[in-house]
Design a protein around this ligand. Sequence first.
Ligand code: HEC
Length: 157
Amino acid sequence: MPSLKGVMTDSESTKLAEYMYSDYGKEPQKVEEKKAVLSEEDKKSAQLVKANEALFNKYCSSCHTTVIGVNESGGELTNVYEAPYAKDVIHKLKAETKTKEAFITFVKEYINEPNKRKSLYGKKAIKDFGLMPSLKGAMTDSEATGLAEYLYNKYDK
Ligand code: HEC
Protein backbone atom coordinates (compact mmCIF):
# COMPACT_ATOMS: atom_id res chain seq x y z
CA MET A 1 0.00 0.00 0.00
CA PRO A 2 1.19 3.54 -0.58
CA SER A 3 2.58 5.36 2.44
CA LEU A 4 0.04 7.52 4.24
CA LYS A 5 2.70 9.37 6.15
CA GLY A 6 1.55 12.81 7.23
CA VAL A 7 -2.12 12.16 6.45
CA MET A 8 -2.99 11.97 10.13
CA THR A 9 -1.45 12.84 13.44
CA ASP A 10 0.11 10.23 15.67
CA SER A 11 -2.83 10.29 18.05
CA GLU A 12 -5.26 9.95 15.17
CA SER A 13 -3.49 6.89 13.86
CA THR A 14 -3.49 5.42 17.37
CA LYS A 15 -7.22 5.97 17.60
CA LEU A 16 -7.76 4.46 14.19
CA ALA A 17 -5.77 1.38 15.08
CA GLU A 18 -7.72 1.01 18.32
CA TYR A 19 -10.96 1.42 16.45
CA MET A 20 -10.04 -1.26 13.93
CA TYR A 21 -8.92 -3.57 16.72
CA SER A 22 -12.14 -3.17 18.64
CA ASP A 23 -14.39 -3.43 15.63
CA TYR A 24 -12.97 -6.50 14.01
CA GLY A 25 -11.25 -8.44 16.71
CA LYS A 26 -13.85 -8.73 19.40
CA GLU A 27 -15.92 -11.63 20.61
CA PRO A 28 -19.48 -10.62 21.51
CA GLN A 29 -18.92 -11.45 25.22
CA LYS A 30 -15.93 -9.17 25.44
CA VAL A 31 -18.04 -6.27 24.21
CA GLU A 32 -20.46 -6.96 27.04
CA GLU A 33 -17.68 -6.96 29.61
CA LYS A 34 -16.45 -3.61 28.39
CA LYS A 35 -19.93 -2.12 28.56
CA ALA A 36 -20.27 -3.12 32.19
CA VAL A 37 -17.46 -0.81 33.26
CA LEU A 38 -18.89 2.22 31.47
CA SER A 39 -21.04 4.70 33.33
CA GLU A 40 -24.63 5.17 32.21
CA GLU A 41 -23.70 8.43 30.56
CA ASP A 42 -20.76 6.91 28.70
CA LYS A 43 -22.97 4.09 27.55
CA LYS A 44 -25.51 6.50 26.16
CA SER A 45 -23.00 8.57 24.26
CA ALA A 46 -21.25 5.43 22.99
CA GLN A 47 -24.58 4.21 21.66
CA LEU A 48 -25.20 7.54 19.98
CA VAL A 49 -21.80 7.48 18.33
CA LYS A 50 -22.48 3.95 17.11
CA ALA A 51 -25.85 4.94 15.70
CA ASN A 52 -24.41 7.96 13.90
CA GLU A 53 -21.47 5.98 12.65
CA ALA A 54 -23.92 3.45 11.24
CA LEU A 55 -25.73 6.28 9.44
CA PHE A 56 -22.48 7.51 7.98
CA ASN A 57 -21.48 4.03 6.85
CA LYS A 58 -24.86 3.42 5.33
CA TYR A 59 -25.43 6.70 3.52
CA CYS A 60 -22.15 8.55 3.08
CA SER A 61 -19.09 6.35 3.21
CA SER A 62 -19.63 4.68 -0.15
CA CYS A 63 -18.66 7.98 -1.75
CA HIS A 64 -16.81 9.90 0.92
CA THR A 65 -14.21 7.37 1.99
CA THR A 66 -11.40 5.87 0.01
CA VAL A 67 -12.11 2.73 -1.92
CA ILE A 68 -9.25 0.65 -3.16
CA GLY A 69 -9.98 -0.34 -6.71
CA VAL A 70 -8.35 -1.25 -9.94
CA ASN A 71 -7.06 1.60 -12.01
CA GLU A 72 -8.65 1.44 -15.45
CA SER A 73 -5.56 2.27 -17.44
CA GLY A 74 -2.86 0.15 -15.89
CA GLY A 75 -4.78 -2.46 -13.96
CA GLU A 76 -2.89 -1.45 -10.84
CA LEU A 77 -4.44 -1.20 -7.41
CA THR A 78 -5.04 2.41 -6.60
CA ASN A 79 -7.27 4.69 -4.58
CA VAL A 80 -10.57 5.37 -6.24
CA TYR A 81 -12.61 8.34 -5.06
CA GLU A 82 -16.27 8.96 -5.75
CA ALA A 83 -16.29 12.22 -3.85
CA PRO A 84 -13.94 14.38 -1.83
CA TYR A 85 -12.68 12.62 1.31
CA ALA A 86 -14.98 13.20 4.30
CA LYS A 87 -12.24 14.59 6.53
CA ASP A 88 -11.24 17.22 3.95
CA VAL A 89 -14.84 18.23 3.42
CA ILE A 90 -15.52 18.56 7.15
CA HIS A 91 -12.38 20.58 7.80
CA LYS A 92 -13.14 22.97 4.99
CA LEU A 93 -16.78 23.38 6.00
CA LYS A 94 -15.85 24.01 9.62
CA ALA A 95 -13.58 26.81 8.51
CA GLU A 96 -16.28 28.26 6.24
CA THR A 97 -19.26 28.01 8.57
CA LYS A 98 -17.41 29.12 11.72
CA THR A 99 -19.99 27.94 14.29
CA LYS A 100 -21.16 24.43 15.08
CA GLU A 101 -24.78 25.45 14.58
CA ALA A 102 -24.08 26.84 11.11
CA PHE A 103 -22.09 23.73 10.25
CA ILE A 104 -24.93 21.42 11.23
CA THR A 105 -27.50 23.50 9.36
CA PHE A 106 -25.35 23.51 6.25
CA VAL A 107 -24.67 19.77 6.26
CA LYS A 108 -28.34 18.95 6.82
CA GLU A 109 -29.40 21.21 3.98
CA TYR A 110 -26.76 19.77 1.68
CA ILE A 111 -27.89 16.20 2.37
CA ASN A 112 -31.42 17.12 1.31
CA GLU A 113 -30.61 19.53 -1.44
CA PRO A 114 -27.14 19.64 -2.91
CA ASN A 115 -26.76 22.85 -4.82
CA LYS A 116 -23.99 24.29 -6.91
CA ARG A 117 -24.62 27.81 -5.64
CA LYS A 118 -24.76 26.76 -2.00
CA SER A 119 -21.57 24.72 -2.18
CA LEU A 120 -18.93 25.82 0.30
CA TYR A 121 -16.48 23.06 -0.44
CA GLY A 122 -15.95 24.43 -3.89
CA LYS A 123 -16.72 24.25 -7.56
CA LYS A 124 -13.68 22.12 -8.31
CA ALA A 125 -15.13 19.09 -6.51
CA ILE A 126 -18.38 19.49 -8.41
CA LYS A 127 -16.44 19.64 -11.64
CA ASP A 128 -14.36 16.58 -10.76
CA PHE A 129 -17.09 14.39 -9.31
CA GLY A 130 -20.39 15.95 -10.34
CA LEU A 131 -22.94 17.37 -7.92
CA MET A 132 -23.73 15.17 -4.93
CA PRO A 133 -27.09 13.43 -5.38
CA SER A 134 -29.86 14.40 -2.95
CA LEU A 135 -30.41 11.99 -0.07
CA LYS A 136 -33.71 13.57 0.87
CA GLY A 137 -35.93 11.15 2.78
CA ALA A 138 -33.09 8.74 3.53
CA MET A 139 -33.17 9.67 7.20
CA THR A 140 -35.25 11.61 9.67
CA ASP A 141 -34.50 15.19 10.59
CA SER A 142 -33.18 14.20 13.99
CA GLU A 143 -31.00 11.49 12.47
CA ALA A 144 -29.53 14.08 10.11
CA THR A 145 -28.84 16.39 13.05
CA GLY A 146 -27.13 13.58 14.92
CA LEU A 147 -25.08 12.65 11.89
CA ALA A 148 -23.96 16.24 11.28
CA GLU A 149 -23.00 16.62 14.92
CA TYR A 150 -21.11 13.33 14.83
CA LEU A 151 -19.16 14.47 11.78
CA TYR A 152 -18.37 17.76 13.46
CA ASN A 153 -16.94 15.97 16.50
CA LYS A 154 -15.31 13.15 14.57
CA TYR A 155 -12.89 15.37 12.73
CA ASP A 156 -12.12 17.58 15.64
CA LYS A 157 -8.49 18.31 14.94
C1 HEC B 1 -23.32 9.10 -4.43
C2 HEC B 1 -22.16 9.69 -3.80
C3 HEC B 1 -22.34 10.50 -2.53
C4 HEC B 1 -22.96 10.13 -1.37
C5 HEC B 1 -23.66 8.82 -1.06
C6 HEC B 1 -22.79 11.24 -0.44
N1 HEC B 1 -22.10 12.25 -1.05
FE1 HEC B 1 -21.59 14.03 -0.20
N2 HEC B 1 -20.72 14.60 -1.94
C7 HEC B 1 -20.62 13.82 -3.08
C8 HEC B 1 -19.90 14.57 -4.10
C9 HEC B 1 -19.60 14.06 -5.50
C10 HEC B 1 -19.56 15.82 -3.54
C11 HEC B 1 -18.76 16.97 -4.18
C12 HEC B 1 -19.64 17.80 -5.08
C13 HEC B 1 -20.58 18.66 -4.29
O1 HEC B 1 -20.11 19.44 -3.42
O2 HEC B 1 -21.79 18.55 -4.51
C14 HEC B 1 -20.10 15.81 -2.18
C15 HEC B 1 -19.99 16.86 -1.28
C16 HEC B 1 -20.46 16.85 0.02
C17 HEC B 1 -20.36 17.97 0.91
C18 HEC B 1 -19.74 19.33 0.60
C19 HEC B 1 -20.77 20.27 0.05
C20 HEC B 1 -20.19 21.50 -0.55
O3 HEC B 1 -19.98 21.51 -1.77
O4 HEC B 1 -19.95 22.47 0.17
C21 HEC B 1 -20.93 17.56 2.09
C22 HEC B 1 -21.09 18.37 3.36
C23 HEC B 1 -21.36 16.20 1.92
N3 HEC B 1 -21.06 15.80 0.65
C24 HEC B 1 -21.95 15.44 2.91
C25 HEC B 1 -22.44 14.16 2.71
C26 HEC B 1 -23.08 13.39 3.74
C27 HEC B 1 -23.26 13.83 5.18
C28 HEC B 1 -23.45 12.22 3.16
C29 HEC B 1 -24.22 11.07 3.81
C30 HEC B 1 -25.47 11.42 4.44
C31 HEC B 1 -23.04 12.26 1.77
N4 HEC B 1 -22.43 13.45 1.54
C32 HEC B 1 -23.25 11.24 0.86
C33 HEC B 1 -21.09 12.56 -3.26
C34 HEC B 1 -21.80 11.83 -2.32
